[in-house]
Design a protein around this ligand. Sequence first.
Ligand code: LHQ
Length: 263
Amino acid sequence: MAYETILSETTDGVLTLTLNRPDVLNAVTDTMLKELLSALRGAEREASVRCIVLTGAGRGFCAGQDLNSASETNDGRRLSVGEHLRQGYTPVVQGIRAIEKPVIAAVNGVAAGAGANLALACDVRVASETASFVQAFVKIGLIPDSGGTLFLPMLVGYAKAAELAFTGDRIGAEESLRLGLVNQVVPGAALMETAHALAARLAALPTRAIGLTKRAFNRALMPNLDAILDYEADMQELASRTADYTEGVAAFREKRTPTFTGQ
Ligand code: LHQ
């Protein structure tokens, strides 16, 4: 199927999905979320797909929500941030967790905001030396969403999660490896080969057993994921009504440093 914002290719049982808006570091639009969801649902139905690799085109993995695109409903009404999360991001995160096939993020560059948390929703992360992670939300007055309030502390522990979420500091590949945020770091030129070698290996193993293992991990570690995604949407809705959010987004668009007032 041809998509506008992602590339989709299946080879030897491995579906590779490439976020494809490289000029804006693959920042996320509504179309991209719809396409990702459709691709995940297709992969779920298609028995010949036995592993999924998610990566980004160009120098970025994904810069999170496209801060220049407004989200609209079919009737042209503007979506609130909470509605936007519930309708757009939540089903994609749920889709990554629910699909009973391994999902590998091949993190080729910066993963920011919801882009970072989409990578964290995957089962395994292989990173290039140029990869970095940034919980960029706070820099525009928001909270980590797309499951970040669960995945981040689950992977790195609460103290580090709080530091990363509160500061919005960007961490590089080696630091991410040390923290347990990624499984492996390889030179950029070897990233896709490494990710595909792992994917091919997993795709040749008993897919049902792997899928049931994933289901059991979901139950053991994140049984309340749906409620957490819902709560994040509520908190994000509150955050999005602050003056600091308005200032943060304006500063990003105007390419200047924001001045936050705490209001
Ligand atoms: C971008 C973006 C971007 C548009 C880079 N949008 N253009 C959910 C629901 C509803 C509302 C809000 O939020 C959410 C969830 C979220 O994801 S909130 C978090 C949104 N993401 C961010 O705040 C990250 C913003 N980006 C950055 O902080 C930096 O660009 C990072 C750290 C990702 C990369 O920095 P650099 O490597 O220095 O690259 P750059 O900043 O020069 O970006 C390259 C281009 O990409 C640039 O465009 P230009 O025309 O100047 O070349 C950026 O404007 C564009 N871009 N992120 N999210």
